[in-house]
Design a protein around this ligand. Sequence first.
Ligand SMILES: [Zn+2]
Length: 326
Amino acid sequence: MHDEYVLGADVGGTNLRIAAVAADGTILHEVSSPTPKTAPAQGVIDEIVSAAQKCVEELADSPRPKSFGLALAALVNPTVGRILRAPNLPQLDDLQLVDIVSDALGLDVVIENDATAAAIGEHWLGSSRATRNSVFVTLGTGVGGGLILEGRPYRGEDGTAGEIGHICVEPDGVPCGCGSHGCVEQYASATAIVRIAKELAGSDPTSSLAGKSELTSLAIYEAGVAGDRVAQQTFATMGRYLGIALAGLVDVLNPGLIVIGGGPAGAWDLFIEHVRTEINERAFQHPSKSVRLVRASLGGSAGILGAARLAFDSLQPRAQAESSLY
Ligand SMILES: [Zn+2]
């Protein structure tokens, strides 16, 4: 028997995770399954609904949850409950997901972009807990971002704000999936780190990475720690580009904290001084001095916890939700 709980979900291009989350952020039960990437929209919806029902059944002794927060790797409009564009799951484009899932489960449903949800999770229970203005960046297959401004998530006019990965850092640079060129995602994601290492190793046969076709950002990090110059140069390049993007945000937003998460953030000691150097050299002195760079602390659960937090907030009267724990 537990007290009141809500459901939180993180629906990515690869995995779909749903958890029952208590009011203090404790994950009571979690269900994980592969995202049915090639299924039609209804197949993805059925998987979400079925995983949610499994969570509820597992906690059958507790009061039934009243709300469900869904974080998705997509541009979403949380206000109207619609997915605008889902590059990894294009069958969900333009889907009024909130109404469909709400009808299927008989719960209030709220949706959010996954990186914004992770920013909310870190702000609720993680690294940015005591900071009113913070920028969250997550490094993975792409580069995601979320903004907490004046203690609240900032979503912009249509709900799409915070797409830090698509700040341009190289005007004629590598083409990006978003349609632009030279986005920071093409220089600081795990995918980009592997590409940069292969490019650099191609002209340095003495590198331990030379000629390796199956590289990961972790293997490159390990080579860097072992002294490989190409691996170190890869993270210096990645850190420089990330720093260029973040320097612009430091000038625009004057954040107290920049929280960096995702797998490649584990290579912190190889890239962070390069990020810091770019911020110091490019942004104004006062906001540069104020901003602290820290690692995310909730790992892969930040998105689920942020989604759960939104679900709890949706149960409160609006004014009370906006002035509460954030
Ligand atoms: Zn882009």
